[in-house]
Design a protein around this ligand. Sequence first.
Ligand SMILES: NC(=O)c1ccc[n+]([C@@H]2O[C@H](COP(=O)([O-])OP(=O)(O)OC[C@H]3O[C@@H](n4cnc5c(N)ncnc54)[C@H](O)[C@@H]3O)[C@@H](O)[C@H]2O)c1
Length: 335
Amino acid sequence: MKKNILKNLIINIFKKHGLIKKHAIICADAIINAELVGAKSHGVARLASYCKRINKKVINPKPKIRIKKTSSSITNIDADNAVGFIGADLGINYAIQNAKKTGLGLVAVKNSGHYGLSGYYAERAAKNGLIAFCFTNAPPAVAPYGSKKTLFGTNPICFAAPTHTKIPFVLDASISMINRGKIRVAEKLKKKIPLGVALDKNGKPTTDPIKALKGLQLPIAGFKGSGLAWMIDILSGVITGGNHGGKVKDPFDDFTGPQNIGHLFFTFKSNLFIKNYVERIKENIKNVKKLPKLKGIKNIYYPGEKKVMRFKYNSKKEINIPTKILDEIYLLDKS
Ligand SMILES: NC(=O)c1ccc[n+]([C@@H]2O[C@H](COP(=O)([O-])OP(=O)(O)OC[C@H]3O[C@@H](n4cnc5c(N)ncnc54)[C@H](O)[C@@H]3O)[C@@H](O)[C@H]2O)c1
């Protein structure tokens, strides 16, 4: 489907579900971006779940967002259970504005929802010449190291920095072996998941997405990944006023209340301590890229580089949507 047609369809669906046009556009842009960077699990495949949560009154389509500036660098946002993209969009905008004015921007968002890809927000800050950290927590999917019960989300860790090129460095990785959205998509499309990314409820390795969703996802690097997930839960949940410690509700299965997800955006100018940032980052990247390569490897890429290549390539083509998801979208548009 052509990008613009899909975008208008998504805007229309969100408006039919009660969102004002400005908010519907913010949501549509984030979803289309996920499709274009190849993160299908965060694209239109999730549209039905946002709409279902609005219908079940656990996402507020007309939020009264409260924004409190506690200093020229710090902003505190209560997103009033809006669709996650909306609180996150405001959050990163304030983090950019604050850092441009004072050198540092710190923004907490609470009462929010699933905001999609962390890198989408971090990249915006880096394109404004800023270093950025973006954090969000997510519903239980990963068992803390030593436990057989899930509690941490797949909580992505995200860092961005401007480079000497137009493509920022954006490291954006969930702390689980694969992100949960990929398992949801595999479930929807009746496909298998790779071995070694999840266990069933009895602790046995599985390639069945249904068993994996009922069991647990494995963290990256054992206790180190578990520790990172915990750190992100503290940054996104404990200190923002959002849910934490396993209390974020599953967006697909739990309609007993809003998710109250928290996000934290921390940005600062790249030249706070040195005058020649661009020269230094250029040298840094050059030193990595010129290393001798392993057999079969032509280029060493920095995080975010390939994503921009995918975005450019996909932007020239129509967006490919599986029939099952397309049927779901048309149904939402008629509702
Ligand atoms: N909102 C949420 O609750 C939530 C939860 C989990 C994940 N997510 C999002 O899902 C997305 C996907 O996460 P993921 O863990 O599947 O990411 P991934 O495994 O696709 O990529 C992880 C990181 O590795 C980098 N990378 C990949 N291939 C590379 C290569 N060949 N050379 C150098 N770097 C390379 C990427 O640029 C990226 O920064 C992220 O954007 C994340 O924010 C969101």
